[in-house]
Design a protein around this ligand. Structure first.
Ligand SMILES: [Zn+2]
Length: 433
């Protein structure tokens, strides 16, 4: 078994609490003294930094929201002078202004450290060849993974995203052993490989580290089968640090969180109450080593749960379960909560279509309608009409029972649903509410 930093990854729970308490006390003091937003929020609750004596007091601190970052755009939540900030990244806001995050030199070291743990957990070593196909630039994915790979001592191949044919030829010629990209892009690469006639034996690929968008267990299976690699799930968000907030180990039973840097909590998204161990709810993070943009109880809007059972890998760090959806991009259709990932699971379990789909939501005569466009495989496309009808019926029946609402299934020709080189777009909501 190999670890990047065994002292912390396998620390006893008791010792970890001690480390967390010390670091939390320091962080709260830092933000109270340097960030007006935090000072104001704490004063409104009648709190002083001295009220935080251990991690037990974390639940009393106010939450931080994405809106706080927008309200103080671009640098208002930074806790150090700009002269200490050595890099900024920004997330692509679909509406309004971008969310800007900043790192001190020490923050970049922390980031590389957690990424080095991530890659190690996925089996990468100094001799590995890491192809980073996350976008390089303002997005945290590319550069975050890049420096963590270098810290590990692996050979980093910074292809960035896009130019799929070139990605594949580099993968062959440079001997890539580990691939980091979004899961939907991994599937797209598999598809292109088949199309170009690249044989699996032409590649040295062993594992993939996939994240930046939610994906289902069946999609993992599909990637593993088609690329013949082990597919690891990672979790991250730029506000907390970027990629590296949580990662799977070889047992793939949830993603370990480096708790000496980030403390997770699961809360009820409506009441804000901390939920009992094992419950599903919104995952909230507090950073306890970051200097540039420390975050106290940051509301991620991602739904997950935490597992404190000891993992077979020997790590004692808590594991977060696969994100089950988001509290905000969850669709409410005819009063029912619908997550695109549920549709994906159904399609992949039936397995007769390509894993490309689009949910089109509309409202006709005050009634919500859901159409699910599903791409069929070339072999099914050339099959009889009767067979297509059967597949359509089967999907319709399964979707109905999984979602609890009826949906119109529309089978579309191969390659008609737009491919993405970053996060896949799965929903078109035409409703005017
Ligand atoms: Zn483990």
């Amino acid at each position: 078994m190999s670890y990047w930093n065994q002292a912390y990854e396998c620390m006893s729970r008791e010792e970890m609490r001690k480390v967390q308490s010390e670091r939390l006390i320091k962080t709260v003091k830092l933000v109270y003294e340097n960030v007006p937003t935090y000072r104001k929020k704490m004063q409104e609750k009648g709190m002083l930094p001295g009220d935080i004596k251990s991690v037990d007091d974390l639940k009393n601190l106010p939450f931080t929201y994405k809106q706080d970052l927008r309200d103080t755009y671009p640098y208002g939540l930074f806790a150090v002078p700009m002269s200490e900030i050595v890099r900024v990244h920004a997330s692509s806001g679909t509406t309004g202004k971008k969310t800007v995050v900043g790192y001190t030199k020490n923050d970049l070291d922390v980031w590389s450290e957690v990424i080095a743990r991530t890659f190690t957990a996925a089996g990468a070593v100094k001799d590995s060849f890491l192809q980073i196909s996350y976008g390089y630039g303002l997005f945290t994915g590319g550069l975050g993974a890049h420096y963590g790979g270098e810290k590990l001592g692996a050979t980093v191949i910074p292809t960035s995203s896009g130019n799929t044919k070139l990605q594949l030829s580099i993968m062959q010629d440079f001997g890539t052993t580990h691939l980091a990209c979004t899961p939907s892009y991994a599937l797209y690469l598999a598809e292109e490989m088949e199309e170009l006639g690249i044989k699996r034996s032409d590649l040295k690929l062993q594992a993939g580290i996939f994240g930046a968008e939610p994906w289902s267990e069946s999609m993992r299976q599909e990637i593993q089968d088609r690329l013949k690699i082990k597919a690891f799930d990672i979790y991250g968000l730029s506000e907390v640090i970027g990629p590296g907030v949580a990662c799977e180990c070889e047992y793939q039973g949830g993603m370990h969180i480096p708790e000496d840097h980030f403390i997770p909590e699961i809360i009820d998204p409506d009441t804000g109450e901390v939920l009992p161990e094992g419950s599903e709810g919104e995952i909230v993070f507090t950073t306890i080593t970051k200097e540039g943009l420390p975050l106290i109880r940051y509301r991620t809007r991602d739904l997950s749960s935490l597992n404190y059972d000891k993992c077979e890998c020997g790590r004692t760090e808590v594991r977060m379960n696969k994100v089950a959806g988001r509290t905000d991009d969850m669709l409410i259709i005819r009063g029912v909560n619908v997550f695109p990932s549920q549709v994906e699971s159904v399609l992949l379990s039936i397995g007769e279509t390509a894993p490309h789909y689009m949910l089109v939501v509309d409202r006709k005569d005050n009634l919500d309608t859901l159409e699910i466009q599903v791409e069929i495989t070339p072999s099914l496309f050339s099959d009889e009409v009767k067979r297509l009808e059967d597949v359509e019926k089967k999907i319709s029946k399964e979707i109905n029972s999984t979602l609890g609402i009826g949906a119109k299934i529309k089978l579309v020709e191969p390659k008609t649903i737009q491919r993405s080189e970053g996060k896949a777009k799965r929903v078109i909501d035409k409703r005017v509410i």
